[in-house]
Ligand binder design. Sequence first.
Ligand SMILES: *[C@@H]1O[C@H](CO)[C@@H](O)[C@H](O)[C@H]1NC(C)=O
Ligand SMILES: *[C@@H]1O[C@H](CO)[C@@H](O)[C@H](O)[C@H]1NC(C)=O
Ligand SMILES: *[C@@H]1O[C@H](CO)[C@@H](O)[C@H](O)[C@H]1NC(C)=O
Ligand SMILES: *[C@@H]1O[C@H](CO)[C@@H](O)[C@H](O)[C@H]1NC(C)=O
Ligand SMILES: *[C@@H]1O[C@H](CO)[C@@H](O)[C@H](O)[C@H]1NC(C)=O
Length: 409
Amino acid sequence: MRSFLPLVLLVLQGLSIAFGGPSTSKKIPRGFVTTRGRDFVLDGKKFVRWLPLLTEQDDVESTFQSMQDAGIKVLRTWGFNAINGSELDGALDSGLTYYQVWNSSEWALNTGPQGLQRLDKVIETAGRHGIKGAELYINWIVGAGQPHDVFYTDRRIVASYQRYVRAIVERYKNSPNIFAWELINEARCLGDLPAGPNCVPFSGTISRWYEDQANFVRRLDPFHMITTGGEGQFTWRNPVKYWANGVLVSDYNFDGQAGEDFDKDLALENIDFGTYHMYPQYWYSDLDFPGSNFTLKSWGVDWIDHHAKAAKKIGKPLILEEFGTSGFENKTDIYPTWVKRALDTQHGIMPWQFGKLGLTESGGNRLIKYADALIDGASPNDGFAIYPNQTAIYNIFTSAARVQNARSR
Ligand SMILES: *[C@@H]1O[C@H](CO)[C@@H](O)[C@H](O)[C@H]1NC(C)=O
Ligand SMILES: *[C@@H]1O[C@H](CO)[C@@H](O)[C@H](O)[C@H]1NC(C)=O
Ligand SMILES: *[C@@H]1O[C@H](CO)[C@@H](O)[C@H](O)[C@H]1NC(C)=O
Ligand SMILES: *[C@@H]1O[C@H](CO)[C@@H](O)[C@H](O)[C@H]1NC(C)=O
Ligand SMILES: *[C@@H]1O[C@H](CO)[C@@H](O)[C@H](O)[C@H]1NC(C)=O
């Protein structure tokens, strides 16, 4: 029903966000960002996933410098990178960054120089370039052949997830370089794994999980913002429908099959702002084809509007934190429309994903993991990377950053 971008391959860059004056609601430590109504207050932010995977500090520095030059204030990076015990020898040989080593149903934390110390450096460097990072975690325990439900409901899995979250949050909770914590990347019921009986539309399973985990993180860290990291699907009694090849279809992104309930999740006490993602080209094989009654561009505009409306109703800020289309022509045709609509409806924007040229490690060529590779000094490209030499695309986002930064003054 939809094809997913493999989680481990995504890299992200973001532009953001509107800011107002200092918060009055909580006693937030100096340098921490918080929310006031639909605004983020204090600093700005943007995102990149592959940064902790780099081995040369010079490359990390130059990447942050490029982001700073592009007007980026917040970046998003993964707080998880797990390997199998069987992969450990290979990881040690290749210098791969890893935070967790799985050994049957248990894992060991790697706080060493090839582990969390690399994330430490990224977070510290971000601060020096005026950039903040939001952490994403996902946890890995779901065994082969199990439905997605187990991840959200099995006590052992939840305990293991919380043990990892505690390790990361405790490590960085005093850092003003953290913008916010994301509980997971792209929680789903039906998706890359099937949904089981506890994850049907209106079961509320993911909402309950978000609530419990947001409360858990809030107890560990009273001051940083918390958000879901979700794709932002709705669970509506009257979902949007569309015509595909002559058939009226109930839209997965609105009918609850995905498992998220954007309206309900954003209203949770410890969810400070909303996130959603947008890859309609991959979500709808019938888009732009005969028999479909909408286009890639128009579906995206509607998706943006639905989220803006929901966030306005609840009164919290909103970040379109991942989106993309394939191909240079599609990007130059579609991104300006989407970006403008998001800016016009009070969004933070984080396109997937920031591309960096001129990286030096291993002479600029190294296989990082799976398909992620540095090639001729270019950061990994999953088809969505936006490199500075692609000026027609890159400028869409540097202009958006200027608009956002001007609004934040
Ligand atoms: C990790 O090991 C398990 C068990 O051998 C295997 O099923 C799984 O595919 C491995 N995962 C990765 C990411 O290599
Ligand atoms: C995996 O578990 C075995 C047995 O408990 C232990 O000897 C080994 O050190 C563990 N490996 C890792 C990488 O944690
Ligand atoms: C497509 O058709 C459905 C059913 O008539 C309608 O609800 C929907 O608004 C249409 N979408 C667009 C983008 O016109
Ligand atoms: C542009 O988008 C269309 C519609 O999804 C797709 O068929 C086409 O392959 C894309 N172009 C490239 C170069 O990816
Ligand atoms: C920009 O750099 C990328 C990565 O090295 C390369 O693949 C691409 O051809 C370059 N594009 C232009 C327009 O020079």
